[in-house]
Design a protein around this ligand. Structure first.
Ligand code: ZN
Ligand code: ZN
Length: 337
């Protein structure tokens, strides 16, 4: 065990019981958190005692008899939604760790990152490289990884057109930047002068305000001379999905990422077949996706736009999220009392 001082009590977002007597078993580590991003999913994860799944901190202890740990005490690591998976099932071996039936989810099936210390898993924490501040890295661990993977599997090549509905939001503003890193041309779809300015500043080639544009489908077809190669839909409303099949060119790929509750995806079967359209679901990312997404951000190619708050401000942050008032992301600083 470490010589680092670990207090018997801690501050957590929900203080039903103290954080004392934490057991750190085999393959587990204790992370002293510096900060945690607040993600929309946390609103729905009320089942977990402690939500939060975009945490960054320092490993202060590793369970006894943990052999071949890929991380050591003192390492700075990130904790993402997928806290652990078995690494031995078919899904894990095929690189879809997020689909593992034994997956543990931060803030949902295991305690999350809205607390000062969290127990996590040595095989799944994400090493954070130098060159990126902890608060800047936090939102990459969920929002960043999610859009990075979706773009990676969007079946696009450099120079292709990609449409990003919800481009000015928490996921969208990162999607613009990851798309640019891959050499794609971006059509940002969102609304309002503030989001327009942000999207264009981040490198979107074209902007469409969905409140002002009368015919988004023909606008996109005209910009792209026949249709976009892909669309990555991150919006949490079904509307972002509806027109995608219409504005994609033949062979185009619709990446479904945003989770609009119980909505169904309405797509013309005729045109999906006739235009050879692929519709793919993409759910967060695996360990390698997280490493790639964070490395790109650490090299300065992707920057998270965030505002810092204290752990005590969580209720207010939730209210802001429900009202759709938050631009970019919110990061909770654990040292801010
Ligand atoms: Zn999330
Ligand atoms: Zn598995």
């Amino acid at each position: 065990m470490a010589s680092i001082d670990i207090p018997k009590f801690q501050t957590a977002a929900v203080v039903d019981h103290s954080g004392a007597n934490i057991r750190i078993d085999h393959r587990k580590c204790l992370v002293k958190l510096e900060c945690s991003g607040a993600c929309h999913t946390d609103l729905h994860a009320a089942l977990g005692d402690w939500p939060g799944h975009e945490g960054v901190g320092i490993i202060v202890a590793i369970g006894n008899s943990t052999a071949n740990s890929p991380v050591k005490i003192g390492d700075r690591v990130g904790i993402k939604w997928l806290a652990d998976s078995c690494l031995n099932c078919e899904d894990c071996k095929k690189g879809r760790e997020q689909n593992c039936s034994k997956a543990k989810l931060s803030g949902f099936t295991v305690d999350g990152t809205f607390q000062e210390y969290v127990v996590s898993f040595v095989n799944h924490v994400t090493p954070i490289p130098e060159g990126i501040a902890s608060d800047a890295a936090a939102s990459v661990l969920c929002a960043g990884v999610t859009v990075y993977r979706a773009i990676k599997y969007s079946q696009t090549n450099p120079g292709d057109w990609i449409v990003l509905p919800g481009a000015g939001g928490g996921l969208g503003h990162l999607a613009i930047q990851y798309a640019r890193v891959r050499g794609l041309r971006v059509i940002a779809v969102d609304t309002g002068a503030h989001k327009k300015e942000l999207c264009l500043k981040l490198g979107a080639d074209k902007w469409i305000d969905f409140m002002e544009c009368k015919d988004i489908v023909s606008e996109i077809k005209s910009i792209t001379s026949g249709g976009a190669h892909s669309a990555v839909v991150t919006s949490a409303s079904a509307s972002g999905y509806q027109q995608a099949v219409d504005y994609l060119r033949p062979g185009g790929t619709l990446m479904a990422v945003g989770l609009p509750g119980k909505s169904t995806l309405e797509a013309s079967i005729f045109f999906t077949v006739f235009k050879s359209i692929s519709i793919l679901g993409s759910y967060v990312g695996n360990r390698q996706d997280a490493v790639e997404a964070i490395d790109i951000a650490a090299r300065g190619q992707v920057t998270v736009h965030f505002e810092t708050k204290g752990l005590k401000d969580l209720e207010e942050v939730y209210e802001g999220m429900k009202a759709g008032k938050i631009a970019g992301r919110i990061v909770l600083d654990m040292s801010k009392k």
